[in-house]
Design a protein around this ligand. Structure first.
Ligand SMILES: Nc1ncnc2c1ncn2[C@@H]1O[C@H](COP(=O)(O)OP(=O)(O)OP(=O)(O)O)[C@@H](O)[C@H]1O
Ligand SMILES: [Mg+2]
Length: 287
């Protein structure tokens, strides 16, 4: 991992605009600081309404450029201050995949869908074809290139949505609960792709998720958000062993972390695994 800082957020505060007379404007983000280096995989957890999606929208300038509202502090993406940079410029650096695949697809075929953003960027035909092929291959959807997105499963739709972002070759990929609306098969398909992007491409990824097992497996760092602030932050091994604090924050805990916390309470003080693989190693060491 190089030391290059791709995200540098300092004192970020944000309140959505209020259109109802007499209603108070409420700060949804309340003084947030965050730095992310190139190649890092950072996961964000937290209860509903904590401000996770709001934070994602500040990364590509949708907040404040499209939303308005009251914005304070600075969000610097690849050296560009979002306040002074157009959304179109930021979109080349930050790609966001949202939770609902339906709302992100509108083309006749999966390949057209992936090509759409590139057409807007004015990418030459030949290069466009190559980028579309590579992106569909990365998400294992080559066989469905000519299929209408509307005739795909939820997991397949979400993989096309991810491919259309990948084709733009962003520096930072943001996944806002990419699997939360999918069935178990769709979830596994999407997480397989995420794992691949992490392992094979070493992409800088920010993922909002509730699936703590996946987070424990993938992340370099976990952030817990509550009421517009980052309330816990650290490597997954450290965060997921603070089971009491996580329960209080309303965050799900990996089953392996629950098991290892239970064993610690029963006197196995050296027990601190959070994934199946780590648990296996622990018990192999005891055998
Ligand atoms: N466009 C908007 N206008 C006004 N308030 C909004 C808007 N979008 C979100 N909010 C409010 O901001 C707060 C944070 O919302 P946000 O969607 O960022 O939370 P979240 O952590 O992503 O929650 P979830 O886990 O449900 O996705 C909530 O109180 C929400 O009602
Ligand atoms: Mg959200």
């Amino acid at each position: 991992m190089s030391g290059e800082r791709l995200v540098d957020i300092c004192g970020l505060k944000y309140a959505y605009p209020v259109y109802t007379p007499g209603m108070e404007r409420e700060n949804i983000l309340r003084g947030l600081n965050l730095q992310i280096k190139k190649g890092e995989f950072v996961s964000i957890m937290g209860p509903a309404g904590a401000g996770k999606t709001t934070l994602c929208l500040t990364l590509n300038g949708i907040i404040p450029h499209s939303t308005g509202g009251k914005f304070g502090g600075d969000v610097i993406i690849c050296g560009m201050n979002t306040k002074k940079t157009a959304i179109a410029e930021l979109a080349k650096k930050v790609g966001i995949v949202f939770q609902d695949p339906e709302s992100q697809l509108f083309s006749m075929t999966a390949a057209d869908e992936v090509a759409f953003g590139l057409e807007n960027l004015g990418v030459p035909r030949e290069e466009m074809r190559e980028r579309v092929c590579a992106a569909l291959q990365m998400v294992d959807m080559t066989a469905f290139a000519e299929r209408s997105p509307f005739h795909l499963s939820g997991g397949q739709k979400q993989r096309v949505a991810i491919a259309s972002i990948l084709a733009m070759e962003p520096e930072i990929l943001v996944l806002d609960e990419p699997a939360s609306e999918l069935d178990p098969i769709g979830k596994s398909e999407v997480f397989r792709v995420v794992n691949r992007l992490r392992n094979e491409k070493a992409m800088t990824i920010i993922m909002v998720e509730h699936e703590s097992e996946r987070i424990a497996e993938f992340s370099d760092r976990v952030l817990i958000m509550d009421q517009g602030r980052i309330v816990m932050e650290g490597p997954p091994g450290e965060i997921f062993n603070k089971t009491e604090q996580l329960r209080a924050a309303g965050v799900s805990i990996p089953q392996m972390a629950e098991l290892s916390s239970g064993l610690r309470e029963r006197g196995y003080g050296d027990c601190n695994f959070i994934t199946l693989e780590e648990g296996e190693n622990y018990f192999a060491g005891k055998a």
